[in-house]
Design a protein around this ligand. Structure first.
Ligand code: FES
Length: 107
């Protein structure tokens, strides 16, 4: 089972999730990492779930078109949209410090 570590508001939250879990779906049904995880649409349209991957990024698929559209150059800095990710491996991430790429605002 993948271990998930989330850093938010100066605190660290840890939990295990079933293989093939989506953190936004889990938060939506009030399982870990709820309530310590920000999200809104669950469909790659709002960037509210944007998270910087601190470790485990090598196990994730390449960013899909929604992530590319919403995150722009922030992908290069390690940001992903967890609503678009189904986890199979351990991951550590933070939702602190996201600044939207100005180039994505007009889209
Ligand atoms: S929850 Fe809206 S983009 Fe992920």
């Amino acid at each position: 089972m993948p271990k998930v570590v989330i850093h938010k508001d100066g605190q660290t939250f840890e939990g295990e999730v079933k293989d093939n879990s989506n953190l936004v779906v889990r938060a939506g049904i009030k399982q870990f990492p709820y309530p310590h995880f920000s999200y809104r649409c669950g469909m790659g349209k709002c960037s509210q779930c944007a998270s910087k991957i601190l470790s485990g990024a090598e196990h994730l698929p390449p960013p899909n078109w929604k992530e590319q559209k919403m995150l722009g150059k922030q992908i290069e800095a390690g940001w992903r949209l967890p609503c678009q990710l189904w986890l199979h491996h351990d991951i550590e991430l933070t939702q602190e410090g996201f600044v939207r790429d100005p180039a994505t605002l007009a889209r």
